[in-house]
Design a protein around this ligand. Structure first.
Ligand code: SF4
Length: 466
């Protein structure tokens, strides 16, 4: 087992031999992704135009629900989410009314096993409008099982009135973007809250009896390993139940890239070193790694939450998404609503489908999705299960990729299963991208060419696109 964290938590670089071996194994892998690669096909971003396309009705006993609330109090410079800053209450009220209307697509009484209200910043809505939205969901979709529903929040926007609304509607988990507790780092990414407010808000949410996950980012401008460790210790001391720690992701929509010095941009060694450091820091403060980015205190109420799948064992999706830019996974189609706020609202108001784009999942996409949601999400991939679902061995589809990644020490490929090695875990997203279909990888590589960010390419052979 290779370990790229030196005793005491400081980072040491993998040796040149290790880096050369890994670079060879990842030869055809893009480094640009628009969301986490285990989230295929969204991360591949291969949507086709499909204005007003009607969404397929699927035969599901229970749905997952996503509602997008795009409003924010400020625009963070690393953010590539669909958001609107500076919106007045009147427009927010019309938006909530539109969400309620779109929700009518779901037959009344259809149970929901888990909903996630994301954004944007849902708590940028005044508390009474959030109340109206959650009331509409609960009124139409009875809760199924013992669900842990989530609402996203930001430190400066969530008031005691919001907390009371969440409690009233049985929302048991808040996911709050904190990102850093360093004033200078927060300033550099244009967050308009300070560390004290963030910690005070953590305590209020915990005192209200809710599960609290906070997001931290590593790789921000001016951020140091010591600073990240200090932040982690402070949120642990505040009693936070779970931490989602992301590496900074850059693309053409993230102005933060201009604030990074060349040495701050990730190369393979830097990414592996940071991830080993984050893993060890989380363990030091009593957090267990439950997914690649997620670290939980399993001796707290955080243990009650787990993500429910958006698709069944037959790979058919059953997630409905409402709101501007929201995505629905229904059957073998992924739909995305229009990204313009007024156009989205006008479509729904006029009784039209708000869908603007679609990905129709073909056989190759479903295979990639299977790999992304098993191997790419921290699970062991069962070869027998793969063969059962698709009617052929995984080697028939990905023999060359498996062999290359195994030779590079990133995968353990046995007769019955495929899993990530210790080095593979530190590059889980790049390993997952290696299994993407040729056209999706080609598209990501072209985007990288127009927005060259990392210096991975100087270690790697120029990819011959397939
Ligand atoms: S608060 Fe969240 S959604 Fe809004 S700009 Fe910042 S990161 Fe993006």
């Amino acid at each position: 087992m290779d370990d790229h964290t030196a005793p005491g938590g400081s980072m040491r670089r993998p040796d040149e031999g290790t880096l050369a071996r890994i670079a060879e194994a990842l030869a055809f892998t893009p480094t640009a992704a628009y969301s986490a690669p285990h989230d295929y096909p969204h991360a591949a971003n291969t949507f086709e135009p499909a204005p007003r396309l009607a969404r397929e009705r699927v035969d599901a006993d229970v749905y997952r629900l996503y509602a997008h609330v795009p409003f924010c109090n400020y625009a963070c410079s690393f953010c590539c989410y669909a958001k609107k800053v500076g919106v007045e209450r009147e427009q927010m009220a019309r938006y909530v009314a539109t969400l309620k209307r779109e929700l009518e697509w779901i037959p009344e009484g259809t149970p929901v096993n888990q909903f996630f209200i994301g954004g944007g910043t849902p708590t940028a809505l005044p508390a009474d409008l959030l109340d109206e939205l959650l009331g509409a969901i609960a009124g139409r979709m009875p809760y199924h099982g013992d669900p842990v529903h989530t609402v996203e929040a930001s430190p400066e926007s969530i008031s005691d009135a919001h907390l009371a609304v969440l409690q009233r509607h049985g929302v048991r988990r808040v996911s709050m973007g904190v990102q850093s507790l360093d004033d200078e780092v927060l300033d550099s990414v244009r967050r308009s809250h300070g560390p004290d407010l963030a910690l005070e808000t953590c305590r209020r949410i915990i005192d209200a009896g809710l599960i609290l996950n906070i997001d931290l980012i590593y790789g921000l401008p001016g951020q140091t390993h010591a600073g990240f460790r200090r932040d982690f210790q402070r949120v642990a001391d505040a009693g936070v139940h779970a931490v989602t720690a992301y590496n900074l992701r850059l693309n053409e929509r993230t102005p933060v890239s201009r604030a990074l010095s060349p040495g701050e941009r990730f190369d393979i060694a830097g990414l592996m070193g940071w991830r080993a450091f984050v893993r060890d820091t989380a363990a030091e403060f009593g957090f267990s790694q439950t997914r690649w980015h997620t670290f939980k205190r399993l001796d707290t109420i955080a243990a009650r939450h787990q993500w429910l799948p958006t698709a069944g064992a037959d790979m058919r999706g059953h997630q409905f998404g409402i709101g501007m830019s929201a995505r629905s996974s229904l059957g073998h189609n992924v739909y995305r609503n229009h990204h313009n706020l007024e156009t989205y609202m006008a479509r729904v108001r006029d009784g039209e489908s708000p869908v603007q784009e679609v990905i129709r999942l073909g056989p190759q996409d479903l295979r990639t999705q299977f790999i992304a949601r098993s191997l790419g999400d921290g699970q062991v991939l069962s070869k027998a299960r793969y063969a059962e679902v698709f009617g052929n061995a995984i080697e028939a589809d990905h023999g060359e990729t498996l062999a290359r990644l195994a030779a590079g020490g990133l995968l353990a490929d046995t007769e019955s299963s495929v899993s990530l090695t210790e080095d593979g875990r530190l590059l889980h997203d790049l390993v997952t991208l290696s299994f993407y279909p040729g056209p999706a990888r080609q598209r990501l590589l072209q985007r990288l060419d127009t927005f060259q960010l990392t210096d991975l390419s100087d270690r790697r052979p120029r990819p011959a696109l397939q």
